[in-house]
Ligand binder design. Structure first.
Ligand code: IVH
Length: 701
């Protein structure tokens, strides 16, 4: 993005073609002029907002806009979503639709010093074939909101937030108001292009907004990133249009047609399409050059008109990237280098205690408000009582706080020279601060836990987790509602949410007939969620969404999993002894068994579509768990040849096919999966890694 990029000033907002005249037949000249004007205006928009090199005056631009408006007023049927008149925002919406990302939006691992960055380089080199040397591109890490932009035949059709990486919110209407988002791509665009980037707000724009707010006696907005996130989530696009957001793109997630062979080329291709990219990306021959670029921007970051919390270092060659692959969370070919966090000093007023979903008591520092990296900080976690003890922070101390990754405030240390003589070390809790119940320290760990499973604080956390997007995804069941449900004892365990009825819900604050009906529908719908989500939602210790998926696809239904001994679970790839034991312990607990029976009685789905059940990890005994399923195997696998996998599929009753089609159920993809993977992604075929296939089929005889 050009550093000098500026906003077109004094432009009146209000380009919406509104007047309907009822004219139906449109003369050919009007149609032609309309197309011309649209293209002209978009080109000038581009020159102005993306390239910072306007060719015409604001006045001449306004004249073109007026002509377009007049034409659309005369012929309303000419108005199309890619018309520049539509940038001021359409009608308000009720909420945002959830959309699935064709290619997941991954995050990136972090490094914090040169050694860690060199270690990344070492891993990259070891991951490449002998003799291959990685080249890097170092970019600013924009501190905004990740976004995915979809163009079909060159027309902007969809913008989605990252959400949980797999599914995000459709924020198209608001993104359309961002002037640097082209509504139509230049030149000969591919049939499909999905670009990834970051929506951000310039510091100068936040200042402009805050000056206006101050004039209206409204409190200022704290920082550009939160304002960006808030703006994208405004229900009224006309309001979003008033806050001028910006965008920078840095990746192509999907493209129909030839994909660029390198990241550098990708950035060029994005620019050629008219999408704004960072003007600050730098080509680096080796990691030492990367380090020099990082050091430079660490010094210069304050000069930028937008916030950056570090650099992103990316392997350039697409071939190298394919070779390196990704974990379930982040690519192995990219790393973030985080700039050191800002440190602030303040006074510790109190040490509060929070109770988590598994009963863990967490000390929380309550401080005199201190400004830090763009926000005012009042509370910071102290993680656990061992850490509190190690840091020896005491109420009354002056403490140093920082924002880890510029987001989560952390207490660093007490300033001992300033300690008041009477400051006392914090005593360990002897009872749960919420329910007064008995507490005990984990024999093997650092946490002190409340032992009362009915503790309202724990229950609230468990319910929040159960209802969350990655788990049962019960829309409308947020913290405020859960707070009331638990405090009014309408719900005393997870299964209790399925006993709620209209009468109970309507007795709650801020709950109208419509919200109650929506919530009941969401609860009903959640009953058919696949087993992996239920397993994750149960909040079994160590069982995150990835492990839940492994277990669900390996066993196929909950009863089979509940019957599995720890030794058998531990044989599953990626599942260690401690994890296996935690699962077995959970299901051995009579209270949890009772909970499962209640959930069964409410009609929850206990099975995983398309998975097991099979008899054991090495079931070479004729079980046909893959019966009726069609697989395609592609790419370079690590532990098996393709033929071995084919044999395994057939032995378990499945069908192995050579090409991906609408009939394919699963693609088992190794490294360099290429076009078959792209096709599978396009068709929404489930893609399995070799490990996931093994978890599903067992490692084989
Ligand atoms: S590349 C698969 N490049 O940082 C990785 N990300 O912590 C694709 N971000 O989710 C991301 N600036 O929202 C990339 N120049 C940049 C970035 C950038 C900011 C964000 C992005 C990502 C997050 C990862």
């Amino acid at each position: 993005m050009a550093a000098t990029l500026r906003m077109r000033r004094n432009r009146p907002m209000g380009y919406n073609a509104a007047v309907m005249t009822g004219t139906r037949s449109i003369p050919a000249e009007a149609r032609e002029r309309h197309a011309q004007l649209k293209a002209e205006i978009e080109r000038h928009n581009q020159l102005y907002y993306v390239e910072a090199a306007p060719e015409i005056s604001d006045r001449a631009f306004d004249q073109l806009m007026s002509e377009l408006e007049a034409l659309e007023a005369e012929h309303p049927d000419l108005v199309s979503p890619d018309s520049p008149t539509q940038r001021v925002g359409g009608e308000p919406v009720e909420g945002f639709e959830t959309v699935e990302h064709a290619v997941p939006m991954l995050s990136i691992d972090n490094t914090y010093n040169p050694e860690e960055l060199r270690a990344f380089d070492g891993r990259v080199r070891r991951g490449l074939p002998p003799g291959e040397t990685p080249k890097y591109v170092a970019e600013l890490k924009f501190d905004g909101v990740a976004i995915s932009l979809q163009y079909r035949d060159g027309v902007f059709v969809r913008a989605a937030t990252r959400g949980d990486g797999t599914r995000g919110d459709d924020v198209t209407a608001n993104a359309r108001t961002i002037r640097s988002v082209p509504l139509r791509l230049l030149d000969s665009p591919p049939p499909l292009l999905e670009a990834r980037g970051e929506v951000l707000m310039r510091r100068s724009e936040l200042q402009r907004i805050n000056a206006e707010r101050e004039a209206r006696d409204e409190p200022p907005l704290a920082n550009p990133r939160n304002t960006t996130a808030g703006t994208l989530k405004l229900l009224d696009p006309r309001e979003a249009a008033k806050r001028r957001l910006d965008i920078v793109t840095y990746d192509v997630a999907a493209v129909e047609g030839a994909a660029p062979g390198s990241h550098w080329r990708t950035l060029e291709a994005l620019r050629e399409c008219g999408l704004p990219t960072s003007g600050h990306a730098e080509w680096c021959e080796d990691i030492e050059e990367v380090l020099a670029v990082c050091a430079k921007w660490e010094q210069k970051r304050a000069e930028l008109d937008f916030e950056t919390d570090g650099m992103v270092v990316k392997v350039d060659a697409a071939e190298h990237r394919r070779h390196l692959g990704a974990t379930s969370k982040a690519p192995r070919w990219a790393i973030a280098y985080k700039f050191p966090a800002q440190v602030g000093r303040t006074k510790l007023l109190n040490i509060g205690v929070q109770v988590g979903k598994s009963g863990a008591l967490t000390p929380v520092a309550e401080m005199e408000p201190v400004p830090l990296a763009g926000t005012i900080v009042r509370r910071a976690t102290l993680h656990n009582f061992e850490e509190l003890d190690r840091k020896d922070v005491r109420v009354g101390d002056t403490i140093e706080v920082q924002k880890a990754g510029d987001i989560i405030p952390q207490v660093l240390r007490p300033v001992l020279e300033l300690r008041p003589p009477d400051a006392q070390p914090h005593a360990l809790p002897t009872a749960c601060p919420v329910c007064g119940g008995e507490v005990r320290k984990d024999p093997e760990g650092v946490f002190i836990r409340c032992l009362n499973v009915a503790c309202p604080a724990q229950l609230k956390e468990r319910l929040e987790h159960f209802a969350s997007r990655g788990a049962m995804d019960i829309e409308g069941m947020g913290p405020a509602l859960i707070e009331q449900l638990v405090d009014k004892e309408l719900v005393t365990d997870i299964a209790g949410v399925y006993t709620l009825d209209t009468k109970a819900l309507e007795s709650l604050e801020r709950m109208g007939k419509k919200s109650a009906a929506n919530l009941l529908a969401a609860l009903e719908a959640s009953k058919s969620q696949p087993l992996r989500r239920l397993l994750f939602g149960l909040g079994i210790r160590h069982v995150g969404s990835h492990v839940a998926r492994l277990l669900a696809s390996r066993y196929g239904d909950l009863d089979a999993l509940m019957a599995a001994p720890a030794a058998e679970l531990a044989e599953i790839h990626e599942i260690g002894g401690a994890l296996a034991q935690s699962v077995v312990d959970f299901f051995a607990d009579p209270r949890n068994r009772a909970l499962i029976e209640k959930l069964r009685a409410h009609g929850l789905n206990f099975s995983e579509p398309g998975a097991g059940p099979s008899d054991g990890p090495d079931d070479g005994d004729g079980a046909q768990p893959l019966a009726g399923k069609t697989f395609v195997v592609t790419g370079a696998l690590q532990r098996h040849t393709r033929d071995e996998i084919h044999e395994r599929i057939k032995a378990l009753g499945g069908r192995a096919s050579g090409s991906v089609s609408g009939k394919t159920d699963y693609l088992v993809a190794g490294e360099n999966a290429g076009s078959k993977r792209a096709k599978a992604e396009e068709l929404g075929v489930t893609i399995l890694t070799e490990d996931e296939f093994e978890a599903m089929a067992g490692p084989g005889p």
